[in-house]
Design a protein. Structure first.
Length: 173
């Protein structure tokens, strides 16, 4: 029996276990640096940065979906971004993933979202087939970009230095 529920603060350890299991599945087992404290602060604080659905199969945690809202300037309304979806391997092919996607679609519609977006690894053919079966399409002309670590810090520092020098120059005139 499947039940989908909103995660609660007491689920922080479970969410982190799911995140680590997803990283393992995606061949990046050492990439997770998030902690339970991060999950609690950012998911359950006064201004949550994300939301989580937990799927229980026969009263046992079976899957999760972590999402947040983005905004489309072209559409003039929000969209739902699905950051993670993961089903325990032994419980796959039981409709759990589709049920989570259906619940996410309901949340998107209830929040007047233009649609849902997510990323999928190019080698994950089972997921790709599942997504295509529900009508999802690839955004072939768009490529994801990321700026992290020292590159992010360098850019931030260079912007701060420019702001300071611009302010200093305007003050000396």
């Amino acid at each position: 029996m499947l039940a989908i529920r909103n995660a609660e603060p007491s689920d922080a350890a479970l969410i982190l276990r799911f995140i680590r299991a997803l990283a393992e599945y995606e061949r990046e087992p050492d990439a997770v640096v998030a902690t339970e404290a991060d999950i609690l602060r950012d998911g359950f604080g006064p201004t949550p940065k994300f939301h989580v659905l937990i799927a229980d199969w026969n009263h046992e945690p079976a899957a999760y979906a972590l999402y947040f809202f983005v905004y489309s300037t072209w559409e003039g309304r929000p969209g739902l971004f699905l950051e993670d979806i993961f089903i325990i391997p032994e419980l796959r092919r039981r409709g759990i993933g589709r049920a989570l996607m259906q619940r996410l679609a309901q949340i998107a519609v209830a929040n007047n979202c233009y649609g849902m977006r997510w990323e999928v690894l190019d080698w994950n053919q089972p997921a790709i087939r599942s997504y295509e079966a529900i009508g999802a399409t690839f955004l072939d002309q768009w490529r994801g970009m990321r700026l992290t670590g020292n590159h992010l810090k360098r850019l931030a520092e260079s912007a701060a230095e420019k702001e300071i020098s611009t302010i200093d120059e305007s003050m000396s005139r």
